[in-house]
Design a protein around this ligand. Structure first.
Ligand SMILES: [Zn+2]
Ligand SMILES: [Zn+2]
Length: 407
């Protein structure tokens, strides 16, 4: 089959690899119909995630058709499913309390050492996201093996298009959980740093949850415009003093809840063993979690801090004093995707949520390397790239690619 493979920093290629096979009775094989490039895939692209091996198949946001099932899979051939990026067994302590992204059985024992050292406990398995998280082949491919297929995938009714539901795989539940972690009430003012896909979905979710006002902070004009269309007020941090603006917009008290949807992308890299390299590059003492620090200073006393943005290691000069003295609550974590799928699918079906506005480009899988490059370098206009294994190479420009004006 054809698949997008990793070969080093900024070197991804579509090439022929072996077809996946059923290994465990609970497996299913999915023929991928749509798969997206995620902001967190750019960390792999930039070579800053440890545990990658040449030839690894990337992709953790995908959906498709069931074409083969193991003896214990509950799926049936021909069903359309969206697959959560978090691999979860359904039976361990954490799965039993719906903390699926902490599953104890999805990351094979021989892969657990690095994350156990970094975090005190091993991470769960994720699709297409390094040998740190199990080394599973991802879904930016024609076919993918889905372990624990009786737990994760959600069956999609035929009347919903791929574009309507694809983001259930990661960024929609991630944005939703980010808003849920901010514990939003009807009188709340909520500030969201970062108008990437997760930030935009967190904004949308916060508004659905009834926030009185949501304030979006970024510097990309088009992304801010998308936030404004969703109903947010916007702050361009290149033009406006964020803290002063937030104080004014919250009646001088500070915002009730803050969401950091930027993560370590703010200044690149945060795995601890690279700390010195980073310091050399950006100057000793430079912020690598500037959005989070700004958020902690902006939140009111007794407010809530939610961090969906991805961090990998340690950070310098964290304003721990602000956290304690202001008595804020902090919630974060990888998304428990399986917990949210049913509810969010229902909200898509009844029109409460529509995520299609985010998609700026559809490309054939064969053009995936172009997709990565532009998603990285043209962040303002390439807001989300959907790859279609079935789409003919070279068809992208003429077919369903939407321009900024059409979004
Ligand atoms: Zn993702
Ligand atoms: Zn589990």
């Amino acid at each position: 089959m054809r698949a997008l493979t990793w070969h080093g920093t900024r070197d991804v290629r579509v090439e022929s690899v072996s077809d996946p096979e059923i290994i465990n009775p609970r497996d299913a094989i999915i023929k991928v119909t749509s798969t997206a490039i995620c902001g967190s895939d750019l960390h792999l692209y930039d070579g800053v995630i440890p545990g990658m091996q040449s030839g690894d198949v990337l992709g953790h946001e995908f959906m498709g058709e069931v074409v083969e099932t193991g003896a214990s899979s509950t799926l049936k051939k021909g069903q359309r499913v969206v697959v959560p990026f978090t691999i979860a067994c359904g039976g361990c302590f954490h799965c039993a309390v719906q903390q699926y992204s902490a599953c104890e059985n999805s990351n094979p024992v021989e892969k657990q050492d690095m994350s156990a050292t970094l975090y005190g406990h091993p991470m769960a398995g994720l699709f297409g996201y390094s040998h740190l998280t199990g080394g599973y082949s991802g879904g930016q491919a024609e076919y993918v093996r889905v372990p624990f297929s009786d737990v994760g995938p959600i069956i999609i009714p035929d009347h919903l298009e791929d574009d309507n539901v694809l983001f259930l795989s990661d960024i929609l539940p991630t944005g939703w959980m980010a808003a849920e972690n901010a514990d939003i009430g009807p009188d709340d003012t909520v500030a969201v740093w970062g108008c990437g896909p997760v930030g935009l979905f967190a904004i949308q979710s916060a508004l659905v949850m009834g926030a009185a006002q949501v304030i979006a902070i970024d510097h990309y004009p088009h992304r801010l415009e998308l936030a404004r269309k969703l109903g947010a007020k916007i702050i361009n941090f290149r033009e406006t003093n964020v803290r002063e603006a937030l104080m004014e917009m919250s009646g001088g008290i500070g915002v009730d809840a803050v969401i950091d949807a930027v993560g370590m992308e703010a200044h690149g890299f945060a795995i601890d063993n690279m700390l010195d390299v980073v310091k050399q590059k950006v100057g000793v003492g430079a912020d690598r979690a500037s959005a989070l620090k700004q958020a902690l200073l902006a939140v009111r006393f007794g407010g809530r801090v939610s961090i969906p943005g991805v961090y990998g290691g340690m950070t310098d000069k964290f304003p721990l004093g602000a956290l304690m003295e202001k008595g804020v609550q902090l919630r974060t974590g990888q998304t428990h995707v399986q917990k949210y799928l049913g509810d969010l699918l229902a909200k898509i079906e009844d029109g409460t949520l529509d995520t299609t506005f985010l998609i700026s480009h559809h490309l054939p899988l064969e053009d995936a390397a172009t997709g990565y490059r532009n998603f990285k370098e043209k962040q303002d206009s390439w807001t989300k790239v959907v790859l279609r294994p079935g789409m003919e190479a070279g068809a992208a420009g003429a077919s369903t690619t939407r321009t900024m004006e059409q979004v």
